[in-house]
Ligand binder design. Structure first.
Ligand code: HEC
Ligand code: HEC
Ligand code: HEC
Ligand code: HEC
Ligand code: HEC
Length: 434
């Protein structure tokens, strides 16, 4: 009773505090929303167990015996008061247990719980998630299917991973593998629908040279994302993901990078089987997988830059690193290419090396140099996680074809069907280039 009472009072205090917005630390969250309610329930369970043990003790004659069950007489005011008190306390307990389960589940579904409790392990994914378009979308929206069974399954899988963290046996880096880790494939459809995109999407890709002036060149792509045809179907790139389109493929390896076989029903209604060069039908093994959003958007939430060059170019284009600083592109890329033992070391070394470079008699304003240092440190903080062996290029996106094979896993002009049709690589099929 003492355990139950203390944890109940603490829980209620914390619950109210939380309601008014005083809760910031993920570890405190575990104590407040999982451990305290746990103690409360253990306390509750101990009450009948205690009564039972006591009765056995008495029955065995080790304590003064109370041979009979108490006789309850509601005409007796003392009995009445006790009955009312027990009823009221039970109601309070029910309220506490429901509040605690509600808050506990909500807490276990929070970005803070998924992203920050096992700090080092989830840091790359958490940091990247915070930077992207999906920052307001909870991890569980993509990583857990809906419904109570899926919730239970996901939390069981989480418990196994907790064991791996405690035993220090988790892989570094973590690879998306096996069905548990794959984001819920239908999740995207809760918020996006392929038939509702609008025409071309304009992308301006800016690059800088390694010369003193950091000379800029820009490419503008009009990516044919595709617009709806008015019947919920997309034309253009999102054609693959229409509910009526069936593109299936077999991937040779677990990472889906080599695709020897594709089967698709074309717009003309003809089913075609495309084989990669030198692949015979007998050589294709493994099950067919129907193409969906994740086969292109495999990094919708955790974009870690593929190369230091890309990250630096994006930062210069965004003004985070001043373009006017001589050789800043070359120098930033050089410091980011070095290997570091920890994020702290990376931060210090970036500051030291860039500082030294611009001190050596070059004309550079101190304010610009420190802005550049901050910009490059920020790139390292978002892309380099030595504790998890995660860095530039660890996780490649399948959108595009310059950093990974991406679209060219199929669109390589060599996947050929019996009637001679190929999955085309014509540059204008997917985008126009200006
Ligand atoms: C918009 C959807 C989305 C959100 C939100 C999201 N993820 Fe992911 N996550 C994915 C996808 C997609 C993959 C890659 C799955 C694949 O390739 O099979 C992935 C992969 C992962 C992986 C495997 C390692 C890796 O980097 O590939 C981890 C760990 C992970 N996510 C954790 C998280 C955490 C923690 C959060 C919240 C802070 C989160 N995710 C939020 C979609 C999402
Ligand atoms: C809970 C809702 C939700 C879910 C689930 C969701 N998204 Fe999004 N998505 C958004 C929002 C909100 C944006 C931001 C729109 C904006 O900023 O214009 C977005 C933006 C995007 C963008 C454009 C972002 C960019 O960087 O250009 C892509 C691509 C995308 N989502 C793909 C996916 C994929 C793939 C999945 C499934 C793994 C998914 N989304 C799941 C809500 C969601
Ligand atoms: C064949 C590959 C492919 C498939 C499959 C695919 N997408 Fe895309 N999607 C793209 C490409 C390419 C872009 C343009 C990306 C860019 O320019 O950055 C894009 C853009 C988007 C955008 C941003 C649109 C805009 O106008 O800014 C969203 C949102 C999106 N996709 C969601 C989805 C969802 C949801 C699915 C599954 C129903 C899906 N995609 C399936 C390739 C694909
Ligand atoms: C798993 C294989 C596969 C991958 C990966 C793939 N495609 Fe396709 N794509 C196909 C097939 C098959 C067709 C239909 C070919 C045909 O019948 O002419 C197609 C057709 C297209 C079309 C024409 C659609 C239309 O309206 O007729 C576009 C555009 C396209 N793909 C863009 C992309 C882009 C962009 C990517 C990468 C983000 C990509 N594809 C990745 C298999 C793939
Ligand atoms: C199957 C579709 C497809 C075909 C065919 C294709 N591309 Fe692309 N390409 C893409 C997509 C998707 C992107 C990424 C757009 C983005 O990042 O938003 C891209 C990106 C690019 C980029 C920008 C790379 C960067 O630095 O980010 C260039 C340049 C480019 N393509 C050139 C070409 C040329 C040249 C051809 C003809 C040989 C070609 N593409 C054929 C889909 C295609």
């Amino acid at each position: 009773m003492v355990l139950t009472t203390i944890s109940a009072v603490l829980f209620l205090v914390v619950f109210l505090a939380d309601l008014f917005g005083f809760h910031t630390n993920p570890y405190i969250g575990i104590i407040f929303f999982l451990v305290l309610p746990g103690l409360f329930v253990i306390g509750l369970a101990l009450i009948p167990i205690g009564t039972w043990v006591e009765r056995r003790r008495r029955a065995a004659g080790r304590a003064p015996s109370a041979a009979h069950w108490p006789r309850i007489d509601l005409n007796d005011p003392a009995h009445r008061r006790t009955a009312v008190a027990i009823f009221a306390l039970t109601m309070v307990n029910i309220v506490i247990v429901s509040l605690a389960s509600y808050r506990g589940i909500e807490y276990m579904d929070s970005v803070q719980f998924c992203g920050q409790v096992c700090h080092t392990v989830m840091q790359p994914e958490f940091v990247a998630h915070q930077q992207g378009a999906h920052a307001p979308v909870k991890c569980v929206e993509c990583h857990e299917e809906r419904g109570a069974t899926s919730f239970a399954k996901a939390k069981m899988a989480g418990t196994r991973r907790l064991v791996a963290v405690v035993a220090n046996s988790y892989p570094r880096p973590i690879r998306p593998s096996g069905d548990e880790h794959v984001a819920a494939r239908e999740a995207c459809g809760h918020c996006h629908s392929p038939g509702e995109f609008h025409g071309d999407r304009s992308r301006r890709i800016v690059e800088y040279a390694n010369d003193e002036k950091n000379t800029e060149t820009a490419t503008t792509l009009k990516v044919h994302v595709g617009g709806g045809d008015g019947r919920g179907n997309a034309v253009g790139i999102h054609w693959h993901a229409n509910s009526g389109t069936v593109v299936e493929f077999v991937a040779a390896e677990a990472d889906q990078q080599t695709i020897p076989y594709v089967r698709a029903t074309g717009r003309d209604g003809v089913v075609r089987e495309f084989y990669a060069e030198k692949v015979t039908p007998e050589a294709v093994q493994g099950s067919r997988h129907r193409m969906d959003c994740l086969d292109c958007h495999n990094r919708p939430s955790h974009q870690i830059a593929s190369t230091p060059e890309r990250a630096v170019d994006a930062a210069i284009a965004a003004g985070a690193i001043p373009k006017t600083l001589p050789f800043i592109r070359r120098e930033s890329v050089a410091v980011l290419k070095a290997t570091y033992a920890s994020q702290d070391e990376a931060s210090q070394e970036i500051s030291r090396m860039l500082g030294n470079f611009y001190q050596a008699g070059r004309q550079a304003s101190a304010a610009e140099v420190s802005q550049a240092i901050r910009g490059v440190q920020d790139i390292a903080r978002r892309n380099v996680f030595p504790a998890m062996n995660v860095g530039f290029g660890t996780y490649l996106s399948n959108i595009g074809h310059t950093d990974s094979n991406g679209c060219f896993r199929c669109h390589d002009d060599s996947h050929t069907a019996k009637d001679g049709k190929k999955i085309g690589q014509d540059c204008e099929l997917c985008h126009s280039i200006e």
